[in-house]
Design a protein around this ligand. Structure first.
Ligand code: SAH
Length: 387
């Protein structure tokens, strides 16, 4: 095994329990896609890691001990992770959830989700991908009940992004449940599956009555999952806005799965900023507005980033929000801290009185690294306007 010396800063981070390895913390070295022994500048052993280029970071610390990444290691971490999800495992109301979440479960660069009897593996870098057989073999020992699996490639350099991985093939679309609400998912069509599982609790708040009797505007709606949750929770009316044409049929599928008629549910294919203008011009008002944009988006006219532009979404929502209306402000941008996100939100509220009702972070199946705040990337605030 190769030995890699790390800077004092990296040593400090490792001792704090941060697992993601940052390129700037390493002295120049050419190793990649391999397991290494990390040592301090003085040559003191710090832990076992692997190096591999991914979207964020150049590798992961796996353990502070000298270990081997063999099948037994993966069986152990998968088994421990399974024990932590017992309540999800036992639930009849929620059948799709995360069973392995990167460094939160002791091995960064890998996540695994269950959708009924099928698993979806996400590989975040070439090294994890190169040892996938070992990981899958371990998984099949720990989860003999799972019928089949798919894989998602979340790094550059492989010429496909989704494929069947083992076992029985899932139907091209099928129904999963979350808090008793049905959603239609697809496991082998690009990187997305029709639902973002990390929003379990926010959808639960809508099912549980946050929008009962109310109208709801769902911006950046993708498959309109928030709208469907609200409709099942008794919302009077929902409007879902997304730029992608395909969002319409995918949203329709979620509504159909619950036997919801579309009379009071509208699916709009439009840029959200155009919709804000449209709604204002037509004097439309909404009791609840959900704002859950991608961290970064670029279209022909403009770029949008949560870090710099989120306040615009708040400000424009205020123009079309009913008195005492509620904004659900959400972001999954890991580079934007809770404090920074709140600052952006406050910038949008200038002079408008408001009250924070609830704050959601990652749900309990998305076990994050308690020593690395940025791994708890989801930030959602439910805010009531007083006017
Ligand atoms: N809120 C969704 C997930 C949003 S994913 C959910 O809970 O499932 C981001 C979505 O934003 C994508 O579907 C993308 O098509 C859409 N999008 C990106 N830029 C947009 C824009 N300017 N206007 C409308 N939709 C946009």
């Amino acid at each position: 095994m190769n030995t890699v010396r790390v800077s004092r800063i990296a040593e400090k981070k490792i001792k704090q329990g941060i697992c993601i390895l940052d390129g700037v913390d390493f002295q120049k070295q050419n190793l990649t896609n391999t397991v290494v022994k990390l040592v301090s500048e003085q040559g003191k052993f710090l832990g076992t890691a692997y190096l591999s280029q991914q979207n964020k970071g150049v590798g992961w610390l796996v353990s502070r001990a000298a270990i081997e990444l063999n099948q037994t290691f993966f069986e152990d971490v998968l088994h421990q992770a399974k024990l932590k999800r017992q309540t999800f495992h036992d639930s009849e109301w929620t059948t799709a959830y995360r069973v392995f979440n990167q460094d939160g479960d002791g091995f960064g660069g890998l996540s695994i989700d269950l959708y009924n009897d099928y698993a979806v593996f996400s590989w975040y870098n070439p090294f994890v991908y190169s040892i996938k057989e070992r990981i899958v073999d371990a998984f099949r020992v720990v989860y003999p009940e799972i019928q089949g699996a798919y894989e998602k490639i979340r790094f550059k350099g492989v010429d496909y992004d989704s494929a069947h991985l083992y076992g029985q093939e899932a139907p091209s679309t099928f129904t999963i449940f979350e808090n008793g609400v049905a959603y239609k998912v697809f496991l082998n069509d690009g990187l997305m599956t029709g639902i973002f599982l990390d929003q379990h609790e926010v959808r639960a708040s809508l099912v549980d009555g946050l929008a009962t009797g109310k109208s709801l505007l769902n911006m950046f709606s993708y498959t309109a999952a928030f709208s469907v949750a609200a409709a099942m929770g008794g919302a009077r009316q929902t409007t879902s806005v997304d730029l992608a044409k395909r969002s319409r049929e995918l949203s329709q599928a979620h509504f159909d799965a619950n036997g919801l008629e579309m009379d009071h549910h509208q699916l709009v294919v439009m840029d959200v900023f155009d919709y804000f203008k449209y709604a204002k011009r037509h004097g439309l008002y909404f009791d609840v507005i959900v704002l859950d944009p991608p961290s970064f988006a670029r279209n022909k006219k403009q770029t949008f980033s949560v870090a710099k532009d989120y306040h615009k979404l708040i400000a424009q929502s205020l123009d079309i929000l009913s008195p005492a209306g509620i904004i659900i402000a959400s972001t999954n941008a890991s580079n934007v801290s809770l404090e920074r996100f709140k600052k952006e939100i406050e910038k949008g509220f200038v002079g408008v009185k408001h009250q924070y009702l609830a704050n959601y972070r990652l749900p309990s199946d998305f076990v994050y690294n308690k020593n690395d705040e940025s791994s708890n990337y989801l930030k959602v605030f439910t805010i009531q306007v007083q006017k």
